[in-house]
Design a protein around this ligand. Structure first.
Ligand SMILES: [Zn+2]
Ligand SMILES: [Zn+2]
Length: 552
């Protein structure tokens, strides 16, 4: 808001930015009793301020973040686009309120006549450079009228990531605001009384980190779906959209510096003890036999051979049982508890055997998601007791079938299909109700299943990779499918994701073969099937037996 607007707000004593709605029934239209505007129309009775007089504030990275009328054609300011049910107009009563122009989402009317009650406003920010920082705060200032309603509780902020100037889609993050709206209605933080006391302007923000260095374009959206408002005052209004760079959050910096970098000088292969398959043990010059078990004390001596030696389990063996999770005995956890043996590894002649409590070693959202920060997932994260068998010599299955979509989901078993090196399981791209899994990726990479098993449906960016995968060479190993074939991060070579590779491209299983790694899967951010597209090899039946925790 510019100074003039604020000054008038103060003179009128309305707190125009905060609670115009308190002063009178909101938005009855300008004096003269006109009804609210039709689709795409604007309120032409409001005197327009000249662009010169009303210099548009540049908020962070969005030009004209306050959505003021920028031209006489009464269209959205440059850079913004909207679709579905929306109205761009002056917000409020022109005589008494100084609010400005904005976008209104009517939850009770099908403005565009497409049969659905949904709408969204978007803005695309281009030419970003990761060197300038990768953390952002996306915020909108909005007001939900007392009749605004969505049957599926969907009012969201969404950020879509792109590389190559918008041509290469690389996933998205989103946050649901509906829970906040419901909370405001319940708690009435304005402290006022009366039917409109909860109808106040609020800033809603989400912070996120771009997951890949090559992201140069962000598409920011605010919108709703499943509108089922019944009253006339059933709109959600937005009068400002903002994007700011923010410094790396302290908890992120701490986590990043706590991770030791990859060892600069790996030992010579000739000094290592073979364990089977691509696995080696570093006896550190002694003649000792390999340990019976690998855990947090020796995981840095367990090597996986590609064209380099990796230590995939180092720093991934421990986790925290967080307050609010449920432990393996079904008890609610009251206090954070360190779990030193979240992942344990042993070897047989034929298998790497992984025991896991399936606790994520990274932040998660709060589950059950009663605040509806995401999709309202009703499940809790529960500690598991699981054991999986990864063949040291994976066998190609000559009858393998690729996953093409929900229609042949049966080519893999329901529930876990593989496991990440931090002991958390992979699922296929769909949730139990057969819809593509919906979740946010900023600081939590997964969510719990109806059996309370935390899991990933796509690239778990929190598993080591944000700290060590800078996209400068082939990504490190991040886990295994239950056929024993390895799963790697997204990169094939410097700056080239495997999903985009034209030389040695991935097949429909998300797999390709090279000399150093043999057949291996890659995760494909923003692209189906995201992790693996079916089992290339024969699944060890011990991994897909039915029982508690084995189904989605
Ligand atoms: Zn899921
Ligand atoms: Zn590869």
């Amino acid at each position: 808001m510019n100074t003039r607007t604020t000054a008038i707000g103060l003179i009128l004593g309305l707190g125009a930015l905060v609670d115009v709605a308190l002063s009178q029934p909101p938005f009855p239209g300008p004096p003269g009793g006109r009804r609210p505007f039709a689709a795409g129309q604007i309120d032409a009775t409001v005197p327009q301020r000249s662009v010169a007089e009303d210099r548009k504030a540049q908020h962070g990275l969005i030009a004209n973040a306050d959505l003021e009328l920028a031209s006489t054609n009464k269209k959205l300011p440059a850079g913004f686009e909207a679709d579905g049910d929306f109205i761009y107009s002056y917000l409020g009563n022109a005589v008494t309120d100084r609010t400005g122009w904005g976008v209104r989402y009517p939850s009770h009317r099908d403005v565009d006549g497409d049969g659905a009650h949904r709408g969204r406003l978007s803005y695309t920010v281009r030419n970003l450079k990761s060197d300038d920082g990768r953390w952002f705060r996306f915020s909108v200032r909005g007001l939900a009228q007392e009749g605004f309603s969505s049957s599926a509780k969907q009012l969201f902020l969404k950020v879509e990531f792109f590389a190559a100037d918008g041509r290469n889609a690389l996933d998205s993050v989103s946050q649901n605001l509906y829970g906040t709206i419901e909370q405001i209605r319940r708690d009435v933080p304005s402290g006022d009384t009366g039917t409109l006391a909860a109808v106040i302007w609020r800033s809603h923000a989400m912070e996120f980190r771009t997951p890949f260095t090559e992201i140069d374009t962000l598409k920011l959206s605010v919108g709703f779906s499943d509108g089922d408002g019944t009253l006339e005052r059933s709109e959600f209004m937005v009068d400002e959209i903002d994007l700011q760079r923010i410094p790396d959050p302290a908890e992120y910096v701490a986590a990043a510096s706590a991770k030791p970098g990859s060892r600069s000088v790996p030992p010579a292969l000739s000094k290592l003890t073979p364990l089977g398959g691509r696995w080696y043990y570093d006896p550190q010059g002694k003649k000792s036999a390999p340990p019976k078990q690998f855990d947090r004390t020796n995981a840095d001596r367990l090597y996986y051979l590609t064209e380099r030696l990796e230590t995939p389990f180092a720093d991934n063996m421990t986790a925290w049982l967080r307050r609010g999770y449920v432990d393996v005995d079904g008890k609610q956890v009251e206090q954070d508890r360190f779990v030193p043996d979240n992942v344990l590894i042993t070897f047989s002649n034929t298998h790497l055997i992984i025991r896991s409590h399936n606790l994520p070693n990274h932040p998660t959202a709060v589950f059950p998601d009663v605040a509806r920060a995401m999709d309202g997932n009703p499940n809790v994260i529960r500690e598991q007791k699981q054991m999986y068998y990864l063949p040291l010599a994976p066998q190609v299955n000559p009858r393998h079938q690729a996953l093409t979509g929900i229609e042949n989901r049966y080519v893999m078993n329901p529930g876990p299909i593989g496991i990440a090196v931090n002991g958390v399981v992979f699922f296929d791209p769909y949730d139990a109700d057969a819809v593509p899994a919906f979740w946010r990726l900023d600081r939590c990479c997964g969510h719990p299943s109806p059996r309370s098993q935390y899991h990933y449906h796509k690239y778990p960016v929190c598993v080591k990779t944000p700290w060590s995968d800078d996209g400068q060479h082939h990504s490190p190993l991040i886990g295994f499918a239950f056929d024993g074939f390895p799963v790697y991060g997204p990169y094939e070579s410097a700056g080239v994701m495997a999903k985009d590779a034209t030389e040695n491209p991935l097949n429909e299983f998300n797999l390709h073969t090279d000399e150093a790694r043999g057949p291996h899967y890659h995760v494909t951010p923003g692209k189906f099937p995201h992790i693996i597209g079916g089992y290339w090899g024969t699944v060890d039946p011990q991994n897909v037996r039915r029982g508690p925790g084995m189904r989605p």
